[in-house]
Design a protein around this ligand. Sequence first.
Ligand SMILES: NC(=O)c1ccc[n+]([C@@H]2O[C@H](COP(=O)([O-])OP(=O)(O)OC[C@H]3O[C@@H](n4cnc5c(N)ncnc54)[C@H](O)[C@@H]3O)[C@@H](O)[C@H]2O)c1
Ligand SMILES: O=C[C@H](O)CS(=O)(=O)O
Length: 486
Amino acid sequence: MVFDIQKSRLLVTQGLIGGEWSDSDNGSTFTVSNPANGAVLAEVANMGADETRRAIEAAEAAFPAWSAMTALQRSNILEKWFDLIMANQDELAAILTAEQGKPLFEAKGEIAYGASYVKWFAEEARRVYGDIIPANQPGRRNLVIKQPVGVVAAITPWNFPSAMLARKIAPALAAGCTIVCKPATETPLSALALALLAEQAGVPAGVINVVAGARSSAIGGEMTSNPIVQKVTFTGSTPVGKLLMKQCADTVKRTSMELGGNAPIIIFDDADLDQAITGTLISKFRNSGQTCICSNRLLVQSGIYDRFIERLADEVSKFRVGNGLDEDTTHGPLVNEKAVNGVSELVESAIADGARVVMGGARGEQGACFYQPTILADAKPSMRVFKEEIFGPVAPVFKFETEDEAIAMANDTEFGLASYIFTNNLKRIWKVSEALEYGMVGVNETAISSEVIPFGGVKESGQGREGSKYGLDDYLETKYICLGGL
Ligand SMILES: NC(=O)c1ccc[n+]([C@@H]2O[C@H](COP(=O)([O-])OP(=O)(O)OC[C@H]3O[C@@H](n4cnc5c(N)ncnc54)[C@H](O)[C@@H]3O)[C@@H](O)[C@H]2O)c1
Ligand SMILES: O=C[C@H](O)CS(=O)(=O)O
């Protein structure tokens, strides 16, 4: 059964500032619509710099009490939040699919994935240890303690509107920080629903604040310039990430950046072809190709090139593209028409440069936000689809001859987020994994994300890690205390 989100008590259209749900100062709103059919879902409070400044001040006011709580007290509240998210998984998923478009089964998976970070950091909260360093001089003790950085600002993307936010709020609160969040303009409803459940879990007023708005640069400008904000954590495109880093420089804020990708999936002649096809379907077409770790370039060794394309086309032809709220849909729309135009332009450019359309290659007939699942053969490194993040259901397949050629092709990009290799040669696994300039390498597996691993990239894919035992470091400062005169 699919929830009617208009009847959902989790459908919130106001921002959250200092524990108060409120309209924008000037009463303006912005429209959130369903990309599958253009239906208007809600009019949401269109907040800007003034509301953001008040939210930052509310987070500052809440910080002393929240950071003074014991780790166990914060942990217990995060555990309650986890329980409430999972108890409302279906309703949250329906809201997510309605505003973002992904199929319901993927949305349910995303809700559970985001919740797993809440549970993980509820546990990690209780393990923020310090050190006692052996004295290098008599009469003193060298102590190291970890303290929360303070007020955090978080800006998140539309492609995982629930999980990307949970992946930031959970470690921030676990560390003792307070936070002001700006969800993507396309998908604010998932963020607001999460904040409502956090309030019900007992997160005190001002600890979590959410300012949604179509004036992203105004909100971001306040977040990056306000001296109260000690850290900005951003997930989104590399160009916006670079802009935010520059804006943060004037007040030397700490930043965590989860940015764009251009993942290679390298399939060697000796790969298990069934495994490689399954891995490609997941890594290329999940969320209709709108994930930061989607395989953007399929590098296939010459010996299995034709067989791989044939097998992949056979599987892709089984997709059922449509409205994510229809339970038999396997792949939904792109987030908006602008995204479809971008994907279409990249495909047309590749075709003009010699790529062969094996299947798809045109806009979907289901509606303005749909693009057909597409496979392009004879793709070349000179093409835009090799250099640019496609962010759509398009699989350009490139041929290579040797291991060294594959490594060189894979690393020929300014991005460095995820990469994948399929081979059963142990020596090759080590050589290629260590040679790839990426933050993450999947070997014979592409479903590599989880709360227990350090998610993040190198080069222009970002800095910092989310999840894992490393994930709290981004929200903690290390303080050295020299205890003398002993
Ligand atoms: N590395 C990761 O974990 C990860 C995860 C998801 C998405 N992404 C990347 O995000 C991109 C797609 O998401 P997107 O289209 O939402 O990215 P985007 O950069 O356009 O927007 C991301 C967020 O930034 C906001 N924003 C845009 N301009 C801003 C400005 N000037 N000041 C402040 N905020 C601003 C948007 O409203 C949104 O909330 C892709 O490049 C994808 O690879 C990366
Ligand atoms: O799009 C980016 C997400 O981080 C992908 S994942 O859901 O974490 O794998």
